[in-house]
Ligand binder design. Structure first.
Ligand SMILES: Nc1ncnc2c1ncn2[C@@H]1O[C@H](COP(=O)(O)OP(=O)(O)OP(=O)(O)O)[C@@H](O)[C@H]1O
Length: 437
């Protein structure tokens, strides 16, 4: 291929960018992004509607940071490109590592662009490194698909037009157009895994397998296709099984085992339960498949628990230190809901036989179980613990199930389960307890 990459770039301009005219280049000042900016500035001659701007993210990590800003500024002034300098403060002690935190802040700065398209300069060698890094990290299908050429980012399109070109091609282009760039000294530090691959492993691969980049990129393409197919199947399975915030266990178990795993992970992700080890998900599914209807498999992930509750899977927050709370119901309507934020749930009253209105209008307490409580039922006094068990409330929810009692501490009801015969009225209110996610 010719060292001038512009004809090829113009010919392969993605269809989904047609009609978009405001492009902002992520300009580090290094070789790759200088080549990218040069290409887009030259593309303006052929597509006069293009508005090109640039953003340089100043991380303040290097002693040369100010010099990089000046370099970017002088090139942009020469090429008549407005430059935005975003100063961020990277936490050198960030738990995810300084590089990852810098990257996060960079993407936040990109997301603030007023342009329609954010353009980054990752190329074929970067793609090969990314895929290999993911492989060495044990990444799944999506991770091995590498970086997409186009994706959305906070309402913008993120475009990586140089993925098809090797670093060598960019170097040839830079030489042809006599570009000047800065070198980031941290790129040679082989303590970073990516740099170790770049400087120690890739040259060896290139020596023995000169076409290794194209091969890795081809594998990434296969993976991206497989990943898109999985996404389609998972989206259909999710739509089939979603029930409000819950997920229908029967729909889940009707799927093949492999689809169960994918859809459960996707649903957990939707519910904000990220990063669950796949083997724990598999074990939970195995228990769900084997467990009898009444048994209660649970998956505890940090402060939440995933449980089967009334035929659906639900994610519940585990709560400690629940306190008694006095409440006054507004008994005006047939159905009435009272949110109880400190208990993470909602009391729902329905006038279909339950606590007598006379008792309720004096107010009641919502209190945690202490153990050993009894509730009067038509057949005599019953243990609260047993009633909860018989109602199929999973053990971890039982611990945080509220009791309703009057001001003297007399037990009135176990919401959703039973009302005391002492205060039962056929015209009374039935309490339901709806734990929130
Ligand atoms: N300081 C910066 N300011 C603006 N853009 C930058 C800056 N650093 C990097 N970029 C942009 O991001 C591209 C990729 O750089 P680099 O590989 O260092 O970043 P990354 O965001 O970590 O990439 P990846 O998505 O591969 O993890 C650069 O070619 C450039 O377009």
């Amino acid at each position: 291929m010719q060292p001038d990459l512009l004809p090829d770039l113009l010919a392969s301009w993605p269809d989904n960018l047609s009609g978009l005219s405001a492009f902002e280049v992520g300009l580090s000042g290094g070789l790759d992004s200088m080549v990218l900016l040069s290409l887009l500035v030259r593309a303006r001659q052929y597509r006069p509607q293009l508005q090109i701007s640039a953003v340089h993210v100043h991380h303040g990590l290097s002693d040369h940071a100010e010099a990089w800003v000046q370099h970017c500024q002088s090139v942009c002034t020469n090429w008549d490109v407005p430059l935005r300098v975003a100063r961020v403060s990277v936490n050198r002690a960030a738990p995810q590592g300084v590089e990852a935190h810098a990257r996060l802040l960079r993407y936040q700065a990109y997301a603030q662009a007023s342009a329609q398209v954010m353009v980054l300069a990752q190329h074929q060698d970067d793609q090969a490194e990314t895929v290999l890094l993911q492989l060495l990290r044990g990444g799944g299908v999506k991770a091995l698909a590498g970086m997409p050429a186009c994706r959305s980012l906070a309402g913008l399109v993120l475009w990586r037009p140089l993925l098809a070109y090797s670093r060598q091609q960019l170097e040839q282009y830079a030489a042809l157009f006599q570009l000047r760039w800065v070198e980031d000294d941290s790129n040679i530090d082989t303590r970073y895994r990516r740099n170790m691959l770049r400087h120690c492993v890739m040259p060896l691969l290139a020596e023995h397998l000169p076409a290794y980049r194209q091969h890795i990129v081809r594998t990434a393409w296969h993976m991206s296709q497989a990943s898109a197919l999985i996404d389609e199947v998972v989206a259909a399975d999710l739509a089939q099984g979603r029930r409000g915030h819950g997920f229908d266990v029967a729909s889940l178990l009707a799927l093949s085992e492999v689809r169960q795993g994918f859809v459960l992970l996707a649903w957990l992700h939707e519910q904000g339960v990220g990063a669950v080890a796949p083997d724990r998900v598999q074990e939970f599914l195995r228990q769900l498949r084997c467990a009898a209807e009444q048994s209660q498999p649970s998956l505890v992930v940090r402060e939440v628990v995933v449980l089967r509750y009334r035929g659906n899977l639900h994610v519940f927050r585990l709560r400690e230190g629940l306190q008694s709370q006095f409440m006054q119901p507004a008994l005006m309507e047939q159905v009435h809901e009272q949110r109880v934020p400190s208990w993470g749930g909602c009391l729902r009253w329905e006038r279909r036989g339950g606590i007598s209105p006379d008792v309720l209008e004096r107010g009641f307490y919502l209190s945690p179980r202490r153990g050993g409580e009894l509730l009067l039922q038509p057949a005599g006094r019953r243990q609260v613990k047993k009633l909860l068990q018989e109602a199929g409330i999973p053990p971890l929810l039982r611990k945080q199930w509220p009791l309703l009692s009057d001001a003297d501490g007399k037990l009135l009801a176990l919401p959703g389960v039973a009302v005391s015969s002492e205060c039962y009225d056929p015209d009374g209110y039935w309490p339901e307890w709806l734990p929130e996610q």
